[in-house]
Design a protein around this ligand. Structure first.
Ligand code: GDP
Ligand code: MN
Length: 395
């Protein structure tokens, strides 16, 4: 799960991490008027001379795409807010289809002396927490990692021992912070670490982390990714979920407890078990096709779940064929077959359907499919299924 920048900043503020103050303006009537009022209030409170109007979407790279505007007058704030709300933002992270902006965050402007990079993430290699810092703030870290890996400092924190000031001092040194800033730096890194741990984050990226001309350290941008499996114990974080930002199929799938991930190919996949689902994607690729999704209906799926899974797959207009690959262990093949038939009838299925069943009650399942009167291509084995699905998708 992800959250917006303004939510990330509110979260960081709770853990005493320095962030600029701001106001949120949502789409609706009189965006200009509300933006002006918010900007005035902010100025009365903070005494800032400059405002920054920032598009709130779950994607980075907004600056270069026109989603971040530094404004020197109230008129500029008004026109920036009006322009950004409703715009389609296309950044390297949104994909070519872009994202419509529904909210803007109006923030007090900061006097930037240095733009740095800081991130905290779960490190699979060490099974610990990794802190990463770089002097190359504002840039995309993937680019820095590729061209100047020596410019990224990494400090590993053992979560059972926690963060200690020496971790922070290592980062201060790597960033070349003035000695006068080290105490604040150590607190800043510690605050972000605490936010990360206590909110069950998997990733927190602050890009840029800035040093202001007044000598303060702040998070000027912030991005979080949370561990979905921990959200049952993070009610406050879960409340920040913005369904409008999520892929509509993902949202539907989470409602029915289906593990669904959209991909960009043409073959819809309905599989039980994550391992078999991965293998199905691989074998489609091997035979020259491209999967449209990963979908694991789980071990105990019933007719209704299968039908919902079909509906989700069919919402993707790129899908040219569907491959059902089920191993009936806990789930019986005849139940799956009933689900497939019911869904195909109800949805008046037009795309070719290839079904491979194996396991408990397989004969009964195959019989049901054969007698359904529907145009279903049966397959024997994984390879046969993949070849048939690839051929079907190519028309
Ligand atoms: P992103 O492009 O989506 O990562 O958005 P950011 O929040 O990182 O903003 C992009 C860039 O806008 C930053 O790297 C800064 O250079 C600039 N920027 C953002 N806020 C301010 C501000 O308060 N003052 C100034 N001068 N520049 C800002
Ligand atoms: Mn950024």
């Amino acid at each position: 799960m992800n959250i917006h920048e303004y939510q990330a900043k509110q979260l960081l503020k709770k853990f005493k991490v320095g962030v600029p103050e701001g106001r949120l303006i949502e789409e609706g009537s009189d965006v200009e008027g509300r933006a002006e009022k918010a900007a005035k209030e902010l100025q009365a409170e903070r005494g800032n001379k400059v405002w920054v109007v920032k598009a709130q979407v779950h994607a980075g790279g907004r600056g270069k795409a026109g989603g971040v505007k530094v404004c020197k007058t109230l008129d500029e704030v008004k026109s920036a807010a009006k322009q950004i709300v409703g715009m389609k933002l296309v950044t390297p992270q949104t994909g070519a289809e872009g994202k419509i902006v529904h909210k803007v965050w109006i923030e007090e402007g900061s006097d930037i002396a240095r733009e740095l990079y800081f991130a905290v993430l779960t490190d699979r290699a060490t099974s610990k927490v990794m802190m990463m810092a770089s002097t190359e703030g504002g840039m995309e870290i993937e680019e820095v990692a590729e061209k100047h890996p020596e410019k990224i400092a990494k400090v590993i924190v053992d979560p059972t021992l926690g963060y200690h000031p020496y971790h922070g001092r290592k980062l201060c040194k790597a960033l070349g912070l003035d000695n006068a800033l080290w105490r604040e730096g150590v607190e800043f890194f510690g605050g972000v670490y605490k936010t990360f741990m206590e909110s069950d984050a998997a990733m927190c990226e602050i890009n840029p982390m800035i040093v202001t001309k007044q000598g303060k350290i702040m998070a000027l941008d912030a991005k979080f990714g949370f561990d979905d499996n921990a959200m049952f114990r993070q009610k406050d974080i879960l409340a920040m979920r913005d369904i409008m930002e999520e892929n509509t199929q993902d949202v539907e799938a989470s409602k029915f407890e289906l593990a669904y991930i959209a991909l960009d190919g043409t073959i819809g996949c309905l599989v039980n078990g994550a391992g078999l689902a991965m293998a199905t994607l691989d074998i489609i690729k091997i035979h020259g096709g491209t999967p449209a999704n990963f979908l694991d209906v789980g071990g105990g799926a019933n007719k209704e779940k299968v039908s919902n899974a079909f509906k989700i797959i069919l919402k993707d207009p790129k899908v040219k064929a569907i491959l059902v690959n089920i191993f009936g262990g806990i789930m019986k093949c005849d139940v799956i077959a009933e689900g497939v038939i019911a869904a195909a009838r109800e949805l008046n299925l037009k795309v070719p359907l290839v079904v491979r069943l194996e396991g408990t009650n397989v004969e009964k399942g195959k019989e049901l499919l054969a007698n359904s009167g529907l145009k279903i291509t049966p397959a024997d084995g994984l390879t046969d299924a993949a070849k048939k699905a690839v051929a079907a998708a190519k028309g």
